[in-house]
Design a protein around this ligand. Structure first.
Ligand SMILES: Cc1cc2nc3c(=O)[nH]c(=O)nc-3n(C[C@H](O)[C@H](O)[C@H](O)COP(=O)(O)O)c2cc1C
Length: 260
C-alpha cells in the first residue's frame, strides 16, 4: 500500500451488531461493551468493514475517494449471457485504424484495473500509458529483439515464417498500457478486466507478451518505464480501434474439468 490508512470507528454511530467483526479476514475488529473496536492495526485494509456496516460507522482514513453507496444494498449484477457473449466474441486485435483513443477512455480502462482485487489487498498494480512515446519504447524493444530473433528462428519454424518489423510489438496502435505489478496474478487480473472495459468502449486489445519479455530482458526499458525493485511488466495492453471485423467466434476446446 503506497499511503498510510487507518480503520476508524465512529462510536456514536456503531450499534455493536458485529457484522464488521464477522466479516473481517484479519480478525482485527471485535465488539466489546456493545461497540466495535479495532484490536489490531496490521490488517490488509480490504475495507469489508466499511462496506458491510449498516450504519456507515466504519471508515478508512487517507483515501481520496469515499465509499459509494450501492443500490438498495444489493451488489451490482451482470447479465450472464452478455458476459459470456463478450468473453467468447473478443479476439486479439493485431490491425488498428489510425483513429486515436481519447484520454478519458484510457482512464476508464485503467479504472477497471484499479478496482480489480489484489492478493492481500496489495494494490500493487501500476500503469504506464504509452502514447506520444509509443514509437520510442517500441524501438527499444525492436532493437533488443533484432539481436535474439535470429536465434529464435533457428529453433522455431513459426518464427522463421514471422516477419519481424518495426511494429512487431504494438502493431501501429495509437496507445498501449503497460501493466506493472509485483505479483503476476494481480497484474493479470487487472489486465483481464481492463481488456473487458476496452471492449465495452468499442476498442480492440492485444496482450503484448513479447513486450513483457523485452522488458524482462532490458534494463533500459525497465528504467524508462520507471520500474521499482521487485516490480515487473506483467503485460502491455495494446489498444486502438480495430481495423478488422470478426464474423464468428473461434473454436475452443472443451473445458478440462474434473469434478470430485
Ligand atoms: C498473455 C498473452 C500474451 C500474448 N502476447 C502476444 C504477443 O506478444 N504478440 C501477439 O501477436 N499475440 C499475443 N497474444 C495473443 C495470442 O496469440 C492470442 O490470444 C491467441 O492467438 C488466441 O487468439 P484470441 O486472443 O483472438 O482468442 C497474447 C495473448 C495472451 C493471452
Amino acid at each position: 500500500m503506497r499511503y498510510e490508512h487507518d480503520v476508524m470507528i465512529d462510536a456514536a454511530r456503531c450499534i455493536g451488531c458485529g457484522l464488521c467483526e464477522g466479516d473481517c479476514p484479519a480478525a482485527a475488529l471485535a465488539v466489546e461493551d456493545g461497540r466495535a473496536r479495532v484490536i489490531a492495526r496490521d490488517c490488509i485494509l480490504c475495507g469489508h468493514c466499511v462496506a458491510i456496516c449498516p450504519k456507515g460507522a466504519v471508515s478508512l482514513s487517507g483515501f481520496k475517494e469515499g465509499p459509494r453507496e450501492l443500490t438498495a444494498g444489493a451488489p451490482p449484477t451482470l447479465d450472464a449471457e452478455q458476459l459470456l457473449e463478450a468473453v467468447g466474441a473478443r479476439r486479439s486485435i493485431r490491425r488498428f485504424t489510425d483513429e486515436p483513443v481519447a484520454n478519458e477512455v484510457i482512464e476508464r480502462i485503467i479504472e477497471a484495473g484499479r478496482l480489480t482485487p489484489t492478493a492481500k489487498n496489495a494494490q500493487d498494480v501500476s500503469y504506464v500509458v504509452l502514447r506520444d512515446d509509443i514509437a520510442r519504447f517500441e524501438a527499444w524493444a525492436v532493437r533488443l529483439f533484432r539481436r535474439v530473433f535470429p536465434l529464435v528462428k533457428l529453433a522455431n519454424s513459426m518464427a522463421r515464417r514471422t516477419s519481424f518489423d518495426d511494429r512487431f510489438f504494438f502493431k501501429g496502435a495509437p496507445a498501449a498500457i503497460v501493466v506493472i505489478a509485483r505479483s503476476d496474478i494481480d497484474g493479470a487480473l487487472a489486465a483481464s478486466n481492463m481488456e473487458l472495459m476496452a471492449q465495452a468502449c468499442g476498442l480492440g486489445v492485444l496482450y503484448s507478451g513479447y513486450f513483457a519479455t523485452a522488458a524482462a530482458m532490458s534494463r533500459t526499458l525497465r528504467r524508462e518505464l520507471g520500474l521499482l525493485r521487485g516490480e515487473k511488466v506483467v503485460t502491455a495492453l495494446v489498444i486502438g480501434h480495430p481495423a478488422v471485423r470478426y464474423r464468428r467466434t473461434a473454436p475452443k476446446e472443451e473445458a478440462a474439468v474434473r469434478w470430485r
